[in-house]
Write a protein that binds this ligand. Structure first.
Ligand code: GTP
Ligand code: ZN
Length: 201
């Protein structure tokens, strides 16, 4: 599974840490600074280390992340919604931060997921270079494939720093994306119920 494009392939094999640090030195010169000045000496090392953390989603196996499902839920078959899952991602166009919240729901069909696993899926896909649309679809797809529920609903709201800090410079605007599968896709009332649960406080 995990049939997404943004994973390492043989063509995009990782460079060595030294090569990555050298690339950071090049970028430091590109912004107009001097990589050999004292304050910047350790910066390439720090940036490369930070990148491994910020982009740790490339190393995660979504099947392992979602692994365990449970059946003993006393026949519960109504919406399970995990709301307000905060995430940081980076847009694949500018590699600038995307800051947002994901709301993820499913209608079980006999089996449920550990609640933390839903937040972990958001984390895995967030820590890759993304478009918000792809990330929304990937989260829905991962839950759909693992759990085969009656339906999945994913709603993401996020601010893109590439629109705030540069370019059109519109800070404070939010982009909303949704993916619905199964009953959430087919049934407007289920969709509306999901949205009102997300919005309700
Ligand atoms: N659809 C979509 N677009 C995104 C996302 N993140 C960033 N973008 C947009 O990607 C587009 C890239 O457009 P280009 O014209 O190739 O790049 P650009 O010249 O840097 O664009 P500007 O940001 O308008 O200056 C911009 O409109 C960004 O706002 C995303 O998650 N989804
Ligand atoms: Zn961008």
């Amino acid at each position: 599974m995990d049939a997404v494009v943004n994973k390492l392939s043989p063509e995009t094999e990782r460079p060595s840490r030294e090569e990555a640090e050298e690339a950071v030195r090049t970028l430091l010169r590109w912004v107009g600074d001097d990589p050999s000045r004292e304050g910047l000496l350790d910066t390439p090392k720090r940036v490369v280390k930070a990148y491994r953390e910020l982009f740790a989603g490339y190393d995660a196996d979504i099947d392992e992340v979602l692994g365990t499902t449970f059946e003993e839920v006393a026949g519960y078959n109504d919406i399970v919604l995990v709301r307000d899952i905060p995430f940081f991602s980076h847009c694949e166009h500018h590699m600038l931060p995307v800051i947002g919240k994901a709301h993820v729901a499913y209608l079980p069909d006999g089996r449920v997921l550990g609640l933390s696993k839903i937040a972990r899926v958001v984390e895995v896909y967030g820590r890759r270079l993304q478009t918000q649309e792809a990330m929304t679809a990937q989260i829905a797809d991962a839950i759909e494939e693992t759990l085969r529920p009656q339906g999945v609903a994913v709603f993401i709201e996020a601010e893109h720093m590439c629109m705030a800090m540069r370019g059109v410079q519109k800070s404070g605007s939010t982009t909303l994306t949704t993916t619905f599968t199964g009953r959430f896709k087919d049934n407007a009332a289920e969709q509306a119920r999901f949205m009102s649960m997300v919005r309700g406080r």
